[in-house]
Design a protein. Sequence first.
Length: 261
Amino acid sequence: MSDTNHLLTDTEVANFIVNGYHMVTPDLPRELNERIAQKLDDLDENPGDAITESVPDLNQILVHPVVVGALTSLLGKEYEVQSHRHWHCKLPGSGFMSWHQDGTNNRDHYINRFLGLYYPTDITPEMGPTVIVPGTQFRNAPSDRMATYTNIRGQIPLTVKAGTVAFTHYDLWHGTSANRSNVKRHMIKFLFRRTADNVSPTWRHEPDSLSRDRDWNLRDQATDPVNILTFANPLGVSQSDHYKERTIRHTCWNHLVGKGV
Ligand SMILES: O=C(O)CCC(=O)C(=O)O
């Protein structure tokens, strides 16, 4: 259970629904990230799910209050850290990874499972960062065609500071750039799951935030859930597409606040 200081705000939850990701940088000691990176550098083979046994310091990421706060906010108080996890080591000289979704390509409104990507070192553009496309989590996406797509307007390379954890919706489109550096790029992927539907918000919810009027002029600057969920358009999609997406967002929000849809 997290202390309430580290729970997300209404704005952050609404932005997660819209963009499909939320990043945190817990104040982990520099030596901890360095120790983890060194241990990963030295591993001869990938232990799969046993990566946390090989590098026990990784457990400190999972219990950090900032991480627990984000997970509680988005997956409920009884969230589960799943046993599957994976060390993604991108070797120097390795190529890009095609766009894909890890989830089942559903246009549904549930936030019941997502990924946490932890980076123990700073990640530069040359090191083969993960690249995500905000707002793609609600889009049907034929995997065979996605693999042929190149750069997509709005894509974001996760060039992050050491210790960053990026929580990403299970259906968010992602891939990687090539590693053009001479160092190994490390990322540990964790999976988290909701075990119970919310009966009320599990973040720092302020009921007043829902009483704002809709104002199209606020669309890019909105900080309240009503305007974020209604107008944000990170991919710049057409009106008919946006209309469908908006409906899913509002249903998702209602589900999270415990309206049981
Ligand atoms: O190595 C990465 O940055 C991305 C890995 C990935 O795409 C995945 O785990 O599905």
